[in-house]
Design a protein around this ligand. Sequence first.
Ligand code: NAD
Length: 259
Amino acid sequence: MNDEDNIHKIKQATHIIHTANNLVAFTGAGISTDSGIPDFRSDVSGLWKRADIDPLEVASLFGFRRNPQTFYEWVRPLANTILNATPNSAHEALVTLETDGLLTSVITQNIDMLHTRAGNTNVYELHGHMRLTTCIRCYHEFDGVPILEQFLMDGLVPHCPDCGGVLKPNVILFGEQLPVRELRQAQEASKKCDVMLIIGSSLEVAPANQMPIIAKRNMAKIIIINLEETHLDHMADVVIHARAAQILPQILTHLQDVV
Ligand code: NAD
Protein backbone atom coordinates (compact mmCIF):
# COMPACT_ATOMS: atom_id res chain seq x y z
CA MET A 1 0.00 0.00 0.00
CA ASN A 2 1.36 3.43 -0.87
CA ASP A 3 1.35 6.47 1.43
CA GLU A 4 -1.57 8.06 -0.38
CA ASP A 5 -3.73 4.97 0.19
CA ASN A 6 -2.79 5.03 3.87
CA ILE A 7 -3.59 8.72 4.24
CA HIS A 8 -6.99 8.17 2.64
CA LYS A 9 -7.72 5.28 5.01
CA ILE A 10 -6.49 7.24 8.03
CA LYS A 11 -8.93 10.02 7.09
CA GLN A 12 -11.76 7.50 6.69
CA ALA A 13 -10.95 5.99 10.10
CA THR A 14 -10.77 9.47 11.65
CA HIS A 15 -14.21 10.33 10.27
CA ILE A 16 -15.71 7.11 11.67
CA ILE A 17 -14.12 7.70 15.10
CA HIS A 18 -15.17 11.36 15.12
CA THR A 19 -18.82 10.45 14.49
CA ALA A 20 -18.88 7.50 16.93
CA ASN A 21 -21.24 7.55 19.89
CA ASN A 22 -19.66 4.56 21.57
CA LEU A 23 -16.13 3.65 20.51
CA VAL A 24 -14.55 0.48 21.89
CA ALA A 25 -10.98 -0.69 21.21
CA PHE A 26 -10.13 -4.38 20.89
CA THR A 27 -6.41 -5.03 21.15
CA GLY A 28 -3.94 -7.88 20.85
CA ALA A 29 -0.24 -8.55 21.17
CA GLY A 30 0.52 -6.42 18.07
CA ILE A 31 -0.17 -3.16 19.92
CA SER A 32 2.68 -3.97 22.29
CA THR A 33 5.38 -5.11 19.83
CA ASP A 34 6.63 -1.51 19.60
CA SER A 35 7.08 -1.67 23.39
CA GLY A 36 9.48 -4.58 22.80
CA ILE A 37 7.06 -7.38 23.72
CA PRO A 38 7.01 -10.02 20.99
CA ASP A 39 3.62 -11.13 19.68
CA PHE A 40 2.25 -14.65 19.68
CA ARG A 41 3.62 -15.64 16.29
CA SER A 42 6.89 -13.74 16.39
CA ASP A 43 10.18 -15.57 15.96
CA VAL A 44 12.00 -13.02 18.10
CA SER A 45 11.50 -14.45 21.56
CA GLY A 46 11.33 -18.07 20.58
CA LEU A 47 8.71 -18.32 23.30
CA TRP A 48 6.18 -20.06 21.09
CA LYS A 49 8.66 -21.57 18.62
CA ARG A 50 11.05 -23.64 20.72
CA ALA A 51 11.27 -27.11 19.20
CA ASP A 52 11.79 -28.77 22.60
CA ILE A 53 8.74 -27.24 24.28
CA ASP A 54 5.05 -27.42 23.44
CA PRO A 55 3.39 -24.20 24.74
CA LEU A 56 0.04 -25.99 24.74
CA GLU A 57 1.53 -28.31 27.37
CA VAL A 58 3.79 -25.94 29.34
CA ALA A 59 1.35 -23.01 29.29
CA SER A 60 -1.65 -25.13 30.25
CA LEU A 61 -3.23 -25.36 33.67
CA PHE A 62 -2.59 -29.10 33.64
CA GLY A 63 1.09 -28.56 32.73
CA PHE A 64 1.45 -25.84 35.38
CA ARG A 65 0.06 -28.08 38.12
CA ARG A 66 2.30 -30.95 37.04
CA ASN A 67 5.50 -28.98 36.63
CA PRO A 68 5.42 -25.32 37.72
CA GLN A 69 9.22 -25.01 37.43
CA THR A 70 9.06 -25.72 33.67
CA PHE A 71 6.29 -23.14 33.28
CA TYR A 72 8.21 -20.50 35.21
CA GLU A 73 11.43 -21.13 33.24
CA TRP A 74 9.49 -20.93 29.98
CA VAL A 75 7.68 -17.71 30.91
CA ARG A 76 10.84 -16.06 32.31
CA PRO A 77 11.82 -14.08 29.13
CA LEU A 78 8.25 -12.82 28.61
CA ALA A 79 7.84 -11.86 32.28
CA ASN A 80 11.19 -10.08 32.23
CA THR A 81 10.27 -8.15 29.07
CA ILE A 82 6.80 -7.23 30.34
CA LEU A 83 8.04 -5.99 33.70
CA ASN A 84 10.53 -3.70 31.94
CA ALA A 85 8.26 -2.52 29.11
CA THR A 86 6.64 0.89 28.83
CA PRO A 87 3.54 1.90 26.85
CA ASN A 88 4.16 3.14 23.28
CA SER A 89 2.40 5.82 21.27
CA ALA A 90 -0.43 3.45 20.31
CA HIS A 91 -1.29 2.82 23.98
CA GLU A 92 -0.97 6.54 24.65
CA ALA A 93 -3.30 7.38 21.75
CA LEU A 94 -5.99 5.21 23.35
CA VAL A 95 -5.59 7.17 26.59
CA THR A 96 -6.03 10.44 24.68
CA LEU A 97 -9.16 9.05 23.01
CA GLU A 98 -10.52 8.16 26.46
CA THR A 99 -9.69 11.51 28.08
CA ASP A 100 -11.22 13.28 25.07
CA GLY A 101 -14.45 11.41 25.79
CA LEU A 102 -14.36 9.37 22.58
CA LEU A 103 -13.32 5.92 23.84
CA THR A 104 -15.54 4.09 26.33
CA SER A 105 -13.49 0.95 26.95
CA VAL A 106 -10.60 -1.24 25.88
CA ILE A 107 -11.02 -4.99 25.49
CA THR A 108 -7.60 -6.60 25.44
CA GLN A 109 -6.14 -10.06 25.03
CA ASN A 110 -2.85 -8.78 26.40
CA ILE A 111 -1.47 -9.75 29.78
CA ASP A 112 1.15 -6.98 29.77
CA MET A 113 -0.90 -4.37 31.70
CA LEU A 114 0.30 -1.62 29.33
CA HIS A 115 -3.20 -0.19 28.80
CA THR A 116 -3.74 0.38 32.52
CA ARG A 117 -0.15 1.56 32.99
CA ALA A 118 -0.67 4.05 30.13
CA GLY A 119 -3.78 5.35 31.92
CA ASN A 120 -6.88 3.79 30.36
CA THR A 121 -9.39 3.24 33.14
CA ASN A 122 -11.97 0.91 31.60
CA VAL A 123 -9.95 -2.10 30.50
CA TYR A 124 -11.27 -5.66 30.20
CA GLU A 125 -8.28 -8.01 30.30
CA LEU A 126 -9.75 -11.19 28.82
CA HIS A 127 -6.59 -13.27 29.24
CA GLY A 128 -5.69 -11.99 32.69
CA HIS A 129 -2.60 -10.04 33.75
CA MET A 130 0.55 -10.25 35.88
CA ARG A 131 -0.63 -7.74 38.50
CA LEU A 132 -1.77 -10.47 40.85
CA THR A 133 -0.82 -14.03 41.59
CA THR A 134 -3.01 -16.73 43.14
CA CYS A 135 -2.22 -19.75 45.29
CA ILE A 136 -3.45 -22.85 43.45
CA ARG A 137 -4.17 -24.53 46.81
CA CYS A 138 -5.87 -21.93 49.05
CA TYR A 139 -6.71 -19.35 46.31
CA HIS A 140 -5.33 -16.41 48.29
CA GLU A 141 -4.23 -13.58 46.01
CA PHE A 142 -1.00 -11.62 46.32
CA ASP A 143 0.64 -8.69 44.56
CA GLY A 144 2.11 -10.35 41.45
CA VAL A 145 4.91 -8.01 40.39
CA PRO A 146 7.24 -8.37 43.43
CA ILE A 147 6.74 -12.13 43.33
CA LEU A 148 7.73 -12.30 39.65
CA GLU A 149 10.67 -9.97 40.30
CA GLN A 150 11.85 -12.30 43.07
CA PHE A 151 11.56 -15.28 40.71
CA LEU A 152 13.57 -13.43 38.05
CA MET A 153 16.31 -12.94 40.65
CA ASP A 154 16.44 -16.36 42.34
CA GLY A 155 14.75 -18.71 39.83
CA LEU A 156 12.75 -20.36 42.63
CA VAL A 157 9.09 -21.25 42.06
CA PRO A 158 7.10 -18.91 44.35
CA HIS A 159 5.01 -20.44 47.14
CA CYS A 160 2.08 -19.17 49.17
CA PRO A 161 3.17 -17.61 52.49
CA ASP A 162 -0.12 -18.85 54.03
CA CYS A 163 -0.34 -22.51 53.00
CA GLY A 164 2.82 -23.31 51.01
CA GLY A 165 0.90 -23.98 47.75
CA VAL A 166 2.39 -22.92 44.41
CA LEU A 167 1.60 -19.36 43.27
CA LYS A 168 0.33 -18.90 39.73
CA PRO A 169 0.28 -15.52 37.95
CA ASN A 170 -3.30 -14.42 37.12
CA VAL A 171 -2.82 -15.09 33.41
CA ILE A 172 -5.22 -17.42 31.66
CA LEU A 173 -3.49 -20.64 30.67
CA PHE A 174 -4.68 -23.11 28.05
CA GLY A 175 -7.46 -25.19 29.56
CA GLU A 176 -8.61 -22.37 31.85
CA GLN A 177 -11.89 -20.47 31.62
CA LEU A 178 -11.70 -16.79 30.76
CA PRO A 179 -12.54 -14.57 33.76
CA VAL A 180 -16.36 -14.56 33.73
CA ARG A 181 -16.90 -10.94 34.77
CA GLU A 182 -14.44 -9.54 32.20
CA LEU A 183 -15.87 -11.76 29.46
CA ARG A 184 -19.43 -10.60 30.20
CA GLN A 185 -18.38 -6.94 30.35
CA ALA A 186 -16.48 -7.30 27.07
CA GLN A 187 -19.46 -8.97 25.40
CA GLU A 188 -21.72 -6.20 26.65
CA ALA A 189 -19.32 -3.49 25.45
CA SER A 190 -19.08 -5.21 22.05
CA LYS A 191 -22.88 -5.32 21.78
CA LYS A 192 -23.32 -1.66 22.69
CA CYS A 193 -20.53 -0.04 20.68
CA ASP A 194 -21.20 1.59 17.34
CA VAL A 195 -17.52 1.55 16.35
CA MET A 196 -14.94 -1.10 17.20
CA LEU A 197 -11.29 -0.22 16.65
CA ILE A 198 -9.28 -3.44 16.35
CA ILE A 199 -5.54 -3.06 16.86
CA GLY A 200 -2.74 -5.63 16.56
CA SER A 201 -4.58 -8.92 16.71
CA SER A 202 -4.51 -11.88 14.36
CA LEU A 203 -8.10 -12.53 15.54
CA GLU A 204 -7.26 -16.22 15.71
CA VAL A 205 -7.77 -16.80 19.43
CA ALA A 206 -11.26 -17.84 20.59
CA PRO A 207 -13.45 -16.84 22.31
CA ALA A 208 -11.89 -13.35 22.41
CA ASN A 209 -12.14 -13.13 18.63
CA GLN A 210 -15.94 -13.28 18.94
CA MET A 211 -16.02 -9.64 20.15
CA PRO A 212 -15.64 -8.09 16.66
CA ILE A 213 -18.32 -10.49 15.38
CA ILE A 214 -20.69 -9.46 18.19
CA ALA A 215 -20.01 -5.81 17.35
CA LYS A 216 -20.58 -6.32 13.63
CA ARG A 217 -23.78 -8.26 14.27
CA ASN A 218 -25.03 -5.24 16.19
CA MET A 219 -24.27 -2.96 13.23
CA ALA A 220 -21.05 -1.43 14.59
CA LYS A 221 -18.51 -0.07 12.13
CA ILE A 222 -15.20 -1.92 12.24
CA ILE A 223 -11.72 -0.43 11.81
CA ILE A 224 -8.74 -2.81 11.73
CA ILE A 225 -5.15 -1.64 12.20
CA ASN A 226 -2.89 -4.65 11.87
CA LEU A 227 0.40 -5.38 10.13
CA GLU A 228 -0.92 -8.50 8.43
CA GLU A 229 -4.22 -9.51 6.90
CA THR A 230 -6.81 -11.06 9.21
CA HIS A 231 -9.69 -13.33 8.32
CA LEU A 232 -12.10 -10.55 9.35
CA ASP A 233 -10.64 -7.88 7.03
CA HIS A 234 -13.49 -8.48 4.58
CA MET A 235 -16.13 -7.33 7.08
CA ALA A 236 -14.29 -4.17 8.18
CA ASP A 237 -15.16 -0.67 7.01
CA VAL A 238 -11.52 0.40 7.05
CA VAL A 239 -8.43 -1.84 7.12
CA ILE A 240 -4.96 -0.37 7.55
CA HIS A 241 -2.02 -2.76 7.29
CA ALA A 242 0.64 -0.81 9.17
CA ARG A 243 2.18 -0.33 12.61
CA ALA A 244 -0.29 0.80 15.25
CA ALA A 245 2.25 3.13 16.87
CA GLN A 246 2.56 4.99 13.56
CA ILE A 247 -1.10 5.10 12.56
CA LEU A 248 -2.88 5.95 15.83
CA PRO A 249 -0.97 9.22 16.46
CA GLN A 250 -1.83 10.25 12.87
CA ILE A 251 -5.50 9.57 13.55
CA LEU A 252 -5.25 11.80 16.65
CA THR A 253 -3.72 14.58 14.56
CA HIS A 254 -6.51 14.33 11.98
CA LEU A 255 -9.10 14.31 14.79
CA GLN A 256 -7.73 17.65 16.02
CA ASP A 257 -8.27 19.05 12.53
CA VAL A 258 -11.92 17.99 12.36
CA VAL A 259 -13.00 19.31 15.77
P1 NAD B 1 -1.13 -12.60 17.64
O1 NAD B 1 0.33 -12.73 17.92
O2 NAD B 1 -1.88 -13.81 17.25
O3 NAD B 1 -1.27 -11.53 16.48
C1 NAD B 1 -0.65 -10.29 16.55
C2 NAD B 1 -1.00 -9.52 15.30
O4 NAD B 1 -0.47 -8.22 15.45
C3 NAD B 1 -0.39 -10.13 14.05
O5 NAD B 1 -1.41 -10.32 13.07
C4 NAD B 1 0.63 -9.09 13.58
O6 NAD B 1 0.63 -8.91 12.18
C5 NAD B 1 0.12 -7.83 14.25
N1 NAD B 1 1.18 -6.89 14.62
C6 NAD B 1 2.41 -7.13 15.12
N2 NAD B 1 3.05 -5.99 15.39
C7 NAD B 1 2.19 -4.99 15.05
C8 NAD B 1 2.26 -3.57 15.11
N3 NAD B 1 3.35 -2.94 15.55
N4 NAD B 1 1.18 -2.85 14.70
C9 NAD B 1 0.06 -3.47 14.22
N5 NAD B 1 -0.04 -4.82 14.13
C10 NAD B 1 1.00 -5.56 14.57
O7 NAD B 1 -1.78 -11.85 18.88
P2 NAD B 1 -3.25 -11.95 19.51
O8 NAD B 1 -4.26 -11.90 18.44
O9 NAD B 1 -3.29 -10.97 20.62
O10 NAD B 1 -3.31 -13.40 20.14
C11 NAD B 1 -2.16 -13.86 20.84
C12 NAD B 1 -2.36 -14.41 22.22
O11 NAD B 1 -1.09 -14.35 22.90
C13 NAD B 1 -3.30 -13.65 23.09
O12 NAD B 1 -4.00 -14.60 23.80
C14 NAD B 1 -2.42 -12.85 24.07
O13 NAD B 1 -2.94 -12.95 25.38
C15 NAD B 1 -1.11 -13.58 24.09
N6 NAD B 1 0.09 -12.70 24.08
C16 NAD B 1 0.06 -11.52 24.76
C17 NAD B 1 1.17 -10.68 24.73
C18 NAD B 1 1.10 -9.38 25.48
O14 NAD B 1 0.46 -9.33 26.54
N7 NAD B 1 1.73 -8.31 24.97
C19 NAD B 1 2.31 -11.02 24.00
C20 NAD B 1 2.32 -12.26 23.33
C21 NAD B 1 1.19 -13.09 23.37
